[in-house]
Ligand binder design. Sequence first.
Ligand SMILES: *Cc1c(COP(=O)(O)O)cnc(C)c1O
Length: 231
Amino acid sequence: MDTLQQRMEKIEEEIQAACDRSGRNRQDVTVVAVTKEVSDKRTQEVIEIGITDIGENRPDGLLSKRESIPSDNLNWHFIGNVQSRRVRDIINEVDFLHSLDRLSIAKEIQKRADSPVDCFVQVNVSGEESKSGLQPDELEDFILQLAEYDKIRVVGLMTMAPFTQDEELIRKIFSSLRGLRDQLAAKEMDHAPCTLLSMGMSNDYPIAIEEGATHVRIGTALVGTESEGDE
Ligand SMILES: *Cc1c(COP(=O)(O)O)cnc(C)c1O
C-alpha cells in the first residue's frame, strides 16, 4: 500500500493535470484533507506532509482534533450537517463552515459567533432526497436574507455530487454550481462576495477542478480509513 507521501504526490499530479487541462492556477485550488475517518495521529501526519486545511463533519471529531493538534497555521473546515444546538460548540473553533443551508442555523451563528464566520451555502444541485442543501431556486432569496446577519459572510457555494460513475452527470452538477456562483458573485453583495466553490471529493475532484472548484474535500484517497491501519 502507498504511503501518505505517495498518495499526496499522486493527488498533486492529478490536481496539476486538471489545472493544466482547464487553464487554471494550482494556487487557486485548496486541498481540504477530510480526516473524519482517521485518528488524531494520522491527522498530524497529514499536516507534516504539508496539508494546511483540515475538514471534519461531526462536532465531536472537530473538537477533539482541534484540541490535540496545535494549530497555528491551520484552517479548520466544518463540512457536515450541523444541528442548531451544536452550533455554539463549534462556531468559534472553525475558519470555514461548508454546510449553511437554513435560517435556523444562521440565527444560531448570529447569536453564538464572536466574529464573522466565512460560510459556504450548501446547494442540493442533484436534487437527491438524501442530500442536504437548498434547492437552486431557493438560493438567492436565502442569501438575500443573510444580509441581516452580520456574523455571516457568504464566501461561496458547496455541493456534493451523487455517488455514480457517470462522469457527465457529475460534471453537469459541478458546472451548475459554478453557474449559480457566477450569478451571485456578479451581484457584488457586501455580505456575500460568493467567489469560492467547495466541490469534489476522492472520486470526482479532478472533474470538480476542471469545472472551477477552489476547495476540494479529499478524504479516503488521501488519508485512507482507520481500518487500513498504520503504514
Ligand atoms: C466525507 C466527506 C468528504 C470526503 O469524502 P471522500 O470520498 O472520503 O473523499 C467530503 N465532503 C463531505 C461533506 C464529506 O462528508
